[in-house]
Design a binder for this molecule. Structure first.
Ligand SMILES: Cc1ncc(COP(=O)(O)O)c(C=O)c1O
Length: 386
């Protein structure tokens, strides 16, 4: 009997992403130790990097995460609605969004421009908005550039004096922590340190200062301050890819993506495969049809090269990945419709990893797991076999 079964039923499913919550807890515990006394914010944006935001946030809290990090308001509010009463930080909003809901829910918000301070102040009803001021230390994404920093501070102090906002944090984000030796890290750290000094010269004594994502939490202890914000490492994936694999960092990949063959067939030499016939069998071959495609989040760029594990063997996707399906060359293996195929997992049983898929697609492990769509059911296990 296949392990791919519909929840609460013995009917098999087409495909599933199995998420090991024990692995999430283990990774959070590992990251807490690496944070060396700084508080830990587990980043669960983008549906927990594809793993499921609410189950991941719960597991992270169980393992001692002090904060949960969300990018957008809907995520932060959904966490509160799911019963998370702890500190939540949310950093990406656009003009006119319902900040009042987030303020009323006690969610910490970011401001990187005076107009954002004005919007936050306008959204206040019965409790002050908890605000973290963002300095752009060199990534040119969100936040005030150093020339704008004093203006942002003045706007925040003005509203703090009215009692409408509370300045809780000062923060920024690193562009290059996946390359710990990059001079960009040093430069951003220096700019952040100066920004803190400027804020202090205005009399701001913010409780939290934070800069470090996964790469910096693991490799740049000087960037920890008193709060770190790792995302991808929570899921057991290395921010350094193959350069420093997750096992060497003590991390356990939490997700295994599996499917069942929808069809297995023997084709003669010369048979072309999938749209555009970009692969042709050089000899009689057995092909397995995987019922997953780019409509489920598989990267089309991984066509003709992505690895899978079928019948205990490493095999390769041949031809183009379609919207709902792709084809694997099983060579002369014995296989049948309904047999299990593992696309990626922790790699401990010989299966490919998200890093292997990232290599095949010319991308990063983050994108492989985060893109997986809602058509793939997530099944949660707790330390059991995937
Ligand atoms: C502001 C911010 N903090 C933290 C993170 C977590 O980064 P990582 O997944 O590299 O640890 C992200 C993710 O991109 C982010 O945008």
């Amino acid at each position: 009997m296949s392990t791919l079964q519909s929840p609460g039923s013995d009917r098999p499913v087409r495909a599933e992403a199995v998420v090991d919550l024990a692995a999430i807890r283990h990774n959070v515990t590992t990251l807490r130790a690496r944070a060396q006394g700084a508080q830990l914010m587990t980043v669960v944006k983008a549906d927990g990097y594809g793993h499921g935001m609410i189950p991941v946030a719960r597991a992270a809290r169980e393992a001692g995460a002090d904060w949960i990090g969300a990018a957008v308001l809907e995520e932060a509010l959904a966490l509160r609605e799911a019963g998370d009463t702890g500190p939540i930080f949310c950093w990406l909003t656009t003009p006119g969004e319902p900040l009042e809901d987030a303020i009323a829910a006690g969610i910490d918000l970011s401001a990187g421009a005076p107009w954002e301070i004005d919007e936050l102040a306008a959204g206040v009803t019965d409790r002050p908005a908890r605000v973290h001021l963002k300095i752009d230390t060199g990534m040119s994404r969100g936040g005030a550039v150093p020339e704008e920093w004093p203006g942002l501070i003045r706007a925040a102090l003005r509203e703090q004096q009215t009692g409408r906002i509370e300045i809780k944090g000062l923060w920024s984000h690193l562009s290059s922590s996946d390359e710990p030796k990059s001079v960009a890290n040093e430069a951003q750290l220096a700019t952040f340190t100066e920004a803190i000094e400027v804020a202090e010269s205005f009399g701001i004594d913010a409780e939290f200062k934070h800069l470090a994502n996964s790469g910096a939490t693991l490799a740049l202890p000087e960037t920890h301050f008193n709060l770190v914000r790792p995302g991808v490492a929570t899921y057991g994936l290395s921010p350094f890819g193959h350069t420093l694999p997750s096992a060497e960092l003590g991390l356990v990949p939490a997700m295994t993506l599996k499917a069942r063959f929808a069809m297995v067939k023997r084709v003669p030499a010369g048979a072309g495969v999938s749209y555009g016939l970009t692969w042709t069998a050089s000899r009689p071959s057995t092909l397995g049809l995987i019922p997953l495609g780019y409509g489920d989040g598989l990267p089309r760029h991984a066509s003709n090269g992505a690895p899978v594990q079928a019948g205990g063997e490493r095999r390769t996707i041949v031809g183009r990945i379609c919207m709902d399906q792709c084809v694997v060359n099983l060579q002369d293996d014995q296989a049948a419709a309904g047999d299990e195929v593992v696309l990626f997992g922790p790699g401990t049983a010989g299966e490919p990893t998200a890093d292997d898929w990232a290599d095949a697609a010319g991308t990063i492990n983050y994108e492989i797991v985060t893109r997986l769509g809602a058509r793939i059911p997530r099944r949660y296990v707790d330390g059991g076999p995937a």
